[in-house]
Design a binder for this molecule. Structure first.
Ligand SMILES: Cc1cc2nc3c(=O)[nH]c(=O)nc-3n(C[C@H](O)[C@H](O)[C@H](O)COP(=O)(O)O)c2cc1C
Length: 507
């Protein structure tokens, strides 16, 4: 029998911590470990080669690092490398490392829709095909694009038994029902015809592709870090589950469609609720950035460890700035949300950089850019000449586009400063973060996981799953009239050595 430290809340609201004996074999019904291993959809775990239905979502600029993805894979879970914002050489290097370091273990890479850089999306998708990557997390899509369709259908064939085989899988992350509808539908005929025309597919393969969903798995992303529609999970998830059933009935796919849950998941009760609502798997984000393996910096991890539930704000996004798209960021300890909002206000109010009045220009040059606007344009221009010279040509014709590129340079640099822990720019740090972070900090307060240096992604994930399982098991037993102590349903985080000992015990 193992001693576990548990947390109970007294009638006065204060918290007690004490040891107890783990009870999986004493109580009737399945043990916590059995519940943990059966959380989510069995076919999801089987298809992706996972022990647990737990996914660490992509985090741009390599914040979801190779190390994070490897930690997930070794723990029997799935991680997506954060390819967004990186040039294709860095993505290729990361993919090469993952294929070398964890051959045969599950992992994927993010393919992000880039309306401003459609060529990059195309190059990255082709790279994935050439390199034999089998799984992507497709995100930020409003409608399907040729690159994501090309990836999905590459190598489609029939096996000896005549069944359609799709070597490439897509887990699409969406926050809207229209977008989920596109992904649960077969690839559009116009794209399949185009792929036949370019020789990427044969006519026979295109006919097979018309019978499969673009994505068998769609993640319902509720109020999360980064790009989000701030929908509550309790409304979004049931909506997408209903859509799943309609789409399955309409297309009669041989493989079942599945819906996972993301956004705000960082506590055992949160995960338990998502699984109880019918999520095939859960996806976390904010909490992983706070872990040691993330590509963020120590100073950001410390800032995240201080965050409370309301310490987030919506701020203009660098990648879709002109479209008015916003993303969720940390507001505690940084001026970024206010500064980014100011840039959006100026962009809306003036036709060009030159038209910005002196009263606004001063703070921009002194605090934001620490350079004159002319100098800021010169460095922005150099950046785009190397990355996509067409942007410079357009900016030189269209003053408003020039303003957008300069403002976007600040938005882009602000997240790089945060990742690098640049000490002179703390007030400009852009840190993507959702309310999940505050919830996690609250759950871990007073335990070893309160300290940023103890937050290892695998330990965090396994603790969340273990306690979610305890929670669900407790609810199930209580509903059958079997009385339980409160500490049998609410677990405080368990130290790594004990956790592994527990997990290695027989089911
Ligand atoms: C720092 C950070 C960067 C992110 N970047 C991406 C990204 O590039 N692509 C993507 O699909 N999702 C991105 N996300 C979203 C996560 O993959 C995940 O879906 C989300 O964070 C889950 O919600 P949560 O933050 O409430 O846990 C990012 C999240 C964070 C925290």
């Amino acid at each position: 029998m193992l001693e576990l430290e548990t947390e109970t809340t007294t009638a006065t609201g204060s918290t007690n911590r004490r040891s107890r004996t783990d009870l999986p074999s004493r109580e009737p019904g399945p043990s916590i470990l059995q519940v943990m291993a059966s959380l989510g959809d069995a076919s999801f775990r089987r298809d992706h080669g996972l022990r647990y239905a737990y996914v660490a979502g992509a985090m741009a600029n390599g914040i979801a690092s190779v190390e994070l993805v490897e930690a997930m894979a070794r723990g029997g879970m799935l991680g997506f490398f954060g390819a967004a914002g990186l040039g294709h050489e860095r993505v290729e290097a990361a993919l090469h490392r993952l294929q070398k370091e964890i051959p045969g273990l599950p992992f994927g890479v993010n393919l992000i829709h880039s309306p401003n850089e459609s060529e990059l999306e195309d190059v990255v998708a082709k790279l994935f095909i050439q390199r034999g990557l089998r799984l992507i997390e497709a995100s930020a899509y409003l409608r399907l694009t040729l690159p994501v369709v090309r990836f999905r259908v590459a190598g489609i064939h029939r096996d000896a038994a005549g069944q359609i085989v799709t070597p490439n899988r897509v887990i699409a992350k969406v926050s809207r029902v229209e977008v989920a509808t596109h992904f649960f539908s077969p690839p559009p005929a116009e794209f399949l015809n185009e792929l036949v025309r370019t020789g990427d597919l044969t006519a026979e393969q295109a006919a097979l592709a018309a019978q499969i969903p673009m994505a068998q798995d769609v993640t319902a992303e509720a109020d999360s870090a980064g790009h989000t529609d701030n929908r509550p999970l309790v409304t979004l998830l049931p909506t997408l589950l209903a859509l799943r059933d309609r789409m399955q009935a309409k297309f009669g796919y041989r493989q079942p469609l599945r819906v996972g849950a993301a956004g705000g998941l960082a506590t055992p009760a949160g995960l338990a609720a998502a699984f109880a609502m019918g999520a095939a798997y859960v996806v976390t984000g904010s909490v992983n950035q706070a872990c040691l393996e993330s590509g963020s910096s120590e100073v950001v991890r410390k800032m995240l460890a201080q965050a409370e539930q309301a310490d987030t704000a919506m701020a203009p996004a660098a990648d879709m700035f002109e479209m008015g798209v916003k993303l969720q960021v940390l507001k505690r300890g940084t001026m970024f949300p206010m500064r980014a909002a100011k840039l959006w206000e100026l962009f809306r109010a003036y036709p060009s950089l030159e038209a910005i009045p002196e009263a606004d220009r001063g703070p921009l040059e002194k605090q934001f850019f620490r350079a004159t606007l002319a100098e800021a344009w010169a460095s922005t221009r150099d950046f785009w000449l190397k990355r996509d010279a067409k942007q410079v040509e357009r900016a030189e014709r269209e003053p408003k586009h020039k303003m957008a590129l300069v403002f976007r340079s600040y938005l882009g640099l602000s997240s790089r400063w945060a990742n690098a822990g640049e000490p002179s720019r703390v007030l400009d740090y852009q840190v993507w973060c959702g309310p999940a972070m505050g919830a996690f900090n609250e759950w871990t307060r007073g335990t070893f996981l309160e300290k940023p240096e103890n937050r290892r992604a695998e330990i965090v994930a396994l603790n969340l799953l273990y306690s979610a399982a305890a929670h669900l098991r407790g609810v199930a037993l209580r509903l059958q009239g079997i009385p339980l102590l409160s500490e049998e349903t609410v677990c405080a985080p368990i130290e790594p050595a004990r956790l592994h000992e527990l997990l290695n015990a027989k089911l």
